[in-house]
Write a protein of this length. Structure first.
Length: 135
């Protein structure tokens, strides 16, 4: 971030929603380079956020699943209304507790979709995290 600071950057925008420890960590790291964190989604309802994201036309794919919480078969799925409907009740709709991660590849702010291909899945951290390979 020091390169961005040198050219006038003062703030970093994060999509964190409610994990206080993560926000505190980010702010501590940013303070080291005299920058501030901005959290426009902070405190919002994650079910409403997920629905709005989809209704606005953004497209994303699930790239990583914590298999101690969610089945590996969720990796590689589109993040859409069907995905949300299939999530168990104990899983946050935005994956805010690390249950899953996504890659956003298209939407109303994109000039064109990001090209990618699905590749072989792989696991990390003693088989706990199931990843979809992307190329």
């Amino acid at each position: 971030l020091t390169g961005f600071k040198r050219i006038g950057g003062e703030k970093v925008v994060h999509a964190d929603i409610f994990l206080e420890d993560v926000r505190k960590y980010r702010d501590q790291q940013l303070a080291k380079v005299k920058m501030k964190g901005v959290y426009p989604l902070w405190g919002r309802d994650t079910a409403k956020l997920a629905g709005r994201f989809i209704s606005l036309g953004f497209r994303s794919i699930v790239t990583c699943v914590d298999t101690s919480i969610l089945g590996a078969e969720f990796a590689g799925r589109d993040f859409d209304a069907d995905f949300l409907a299939d999530l168990p009740d104990y899983v946050d709709p935005c994956g805010e507790n690390g249950e899953f991660h996504t890659f956003v590849y298209d939407g109303p702010i994109f000039q064109q979709p990001v090209a990618f291909q699905k590749a072989e899945p792989y696991t990390t951290w003693e088989g706990r995290f199931h990843h979809l390979g992307l190329v």
